[in-house]
Design a protein around this ligand. Structure first.
Ligand code: N01
Length: 533
């Protein structure tokens, strides 16, 4: 039998957005082909196999809600799910809904070109596939384009080097080894305490200290899991209407209007509970620098209480950005790890890494001899994976050109001039500022409803109106300006990638507000979109 080369839709990526999109397309009776660069499903959880990799959204909230049977059948074992468990869940979903038959693994989409005359996309892959589809739906993930800084001499290093987001599938033997970790974002903060247990020595190269809150991971109590399953309808509703897509309670009061004791009591209680709810102690933390500083100083105090060497404690204390303006981190024993005799901290803000020698990283002060270098150096976030594909729209216009000064979308779902191209959790939507599952399901459902609407109304082509897109981008910028987010050099703004335009890319208005906006636009006959037969 010859392989089909013409589909209703091509989906790019088999992470949680691609899996659910494929399922919904099937339900609509549409034909689809899904291409995935990795060797299996799971997206970020397929790649991020580093020791200690774990989600920092609670397991019972970090999962699909679209199937009642699925959410009742699946049992999570820990408060925060580990990477192997999340990967098992992705594989279970792929099998349960028989999704694999439309997937092609180890196949990277290299080019997607819109053919206006045919009103179809021509899609090419690195394995020579040439297919066409009416719709292209990108499910490429927001943090999938792993980046290693271009340190001179990196290839001359005699030991092993790994990026956390491209960790080998086979066991990496770290016992007795000297390990360098470069980077102290979420990945670094998770891997460092585990490496400290496994390796002989760990040298942490820190450029910017991060605030991190204890996760207090633990086995999931069966009675709690039962309670969640019995109350899922309410819990999911709370999550969907919330700011960040999680069920934790967020106070509406101000940190500036409570007594010192009340402030401390609230923060202590949330610290003791752990996890993302800590940042919900006061409503003005994300917007008022004085309120923010009170919360930030509480965390610095915790660092001073935990880390025995005051010089190390100070080095670990963030002072250059408000708390919550970079992606919050949640840890297991991160600060305490710096009390171990086999862990040392190098301040590469003061003395940057000048090169990687055969022996290891070299700063102006010293060469650090190591056996393994772990790059926990992050991603070209939100746009990297999309722009790695050569996408051309109407008139042959290149997406890379259109987004040269920063991504431009309407609702983060589509971009003008690129008809029938949908971007799940695209820039301009809440995506990385939320529990991804909530954002993914909302986007996929919205896209599926839109495709049904097109079919019912006899239209075949949809794209945003340029004015609607401009207005949305202004709104995304204005909402960000009302917050403290722009004050940090974060990957939200592309600040981690040299030469990337400094634009705040996600929508900071919250998933509840955003969902209401998307629903209203659809209810008004897809206001701001242009549809044609
Ligand atoms: O990457 P990051 P990540 N010299 O970009 C440093 C999600 N995630 O992989 O801050 C020296 O946050 C860089 O320093 P600086 C989550 O959304 C979730 O850790 O730029 N250092 C920074 O310390 C997260 O936010 C989970 O000064 C250099 C680090 O590398 C996102 O993924 C787990 C450098 C990069 O931090 C990305 O996290 C893991 C250089 N030249 C990830 N270049 C969970 O669910 C970069 N750095 C728990």
């Amino acid at each position: 039998m010859t392989e089909a080369t013409s589909f209703d839709a091509v989906v790019i990526g088999a992470g949680f957005s691609g899996l659910y999109m494929l399922h919904r397309l099937r339900g609509l009776g549409l034909t689809a082909r899904l291409y995935e660069a990795g060797g299996g499903v799971g997206g970020t959880w397929y790649w991020n196999r580093y020791p200690g990799a774990r989600c920092d959204v609670e397991s019972v909230e970090y999962c699909y809600s679209f199937s009642e049977e699925l959410q009742q059948d699946w049992d999570w074992t820990e408060r925060y799910p580990s990477q192997p468990e999340i990967l098992r869940y992705a594989e279970h979903v792929a099998d349960r809904f028989d999704l694999r038959r439309d997937m092609r693994f180890r196949t990277r989409v290299t080019r997607a070109a819109y053919d206006e005359a045919a009103a179809r996309w021509r899609v090419e892959t690195d394995r020579g596939d040439r297919v066409t589809a009416r719709f292209v739906i990108t499910a490429v993930g927001c943090l999938s384009d792993a980046r290693v800084p271009g340190f001179p001499g990196a290839e001359s290093f005699h030991g092993e080097s790994y990026h956390t987001g491209r960790w080998p599938h086979e066991e990496v033997d770290l016992a007795g080894k000297r390990v360098a970790v470069i980077g102290t974002g979420s990945s670094g903060i998770q891997i460092i305490p585990v490496l400290a247990e496994l390796a002989a020595e760990v040298t942490v190269f820190q450029r910017t200290p991060n605030y991190t809150i204890p996760a207090w991971n633990r086995p999931l109590r069966p009675e709690y899991a039962r309670w969640v399953k019995d109350n899922y309808a309410d819990i999911r509703r709370t999550m969907r209407d919330s700011l960040f897509g999680i069920a934790a309670s967020f106070n509406t009061g101000s940190a500036l209007e409570v007594s010192e004791q009340e402030l401390r009591d609230e923060l202590e209680a949330r610290w003791a509970h752990g996890g993302p709810g800590f940042l919900g102690a006061f409503a003005d933390t994300p917007v008022d620098p004085r309120a923010n500083e009170l919360v930030a100083e509480f965390v610095r105090e915790k660092i001073r209480q935990t880390v025995e060497d005051p010089r190390v404690a100070e080095l670990l204390s963030p002072r250059d950005h408000p708390i919550g303006t970079k992606r919050p981190c949640f840890d297991t024993d991160y600060y305490a790890t710096f009390n171990r005799p086999n862990v040392r901290l190098v301040d590469v803000r003061r003395t940057p890494i000048e090169e990687i020698t055969a022996a290891g990283p070299r700063t102006a002060e010293a060469t650090y001899e190591v056996d393994v270098i772990v790059y926990a150096t992050g991603y070209d976030a939100l746009t990297g994976a999309l722009l790695a594909i050569d996408v051309t729209g109407a008139g042959g216009a290149a997406l890379r050109e259109k987004w040269a000064a920063g991504p431009r979308t309407y609702l983060g779902l589509m971009t003008a001039g690129f008809p029938n191209l949908f971007t799940i959790t695209g820039p301009g939507s809440p995506s990385v500022l939320s529990n991804m599952f909530v954002s993914i399901e909302q986007h996929v459902d919205w896209i599926a409803d839109c495709l049904r609407h097109l079919a019912e109304s006899g239209a075949t082509v949809i794209e945003p109106d340029a004015d609607a897109e401009d207005a949305w981008m202004r709104h995304v910028g204005e909402v960000a300006e009302q917050t403290l987010y722009p004050r940090a050099d974060s990957w939200y703004l592309g600040a981690n990638i040299p030469g990337k335009p400094r634009v705040f890319m996600p929508y900071a208005g919250g998933v509840g507000t955003y969902r209401a906006t998307c629903d209203e636009i659809a209810a008004k006959g897809y206001e701001g979109f242009v549809m044609s037969p």
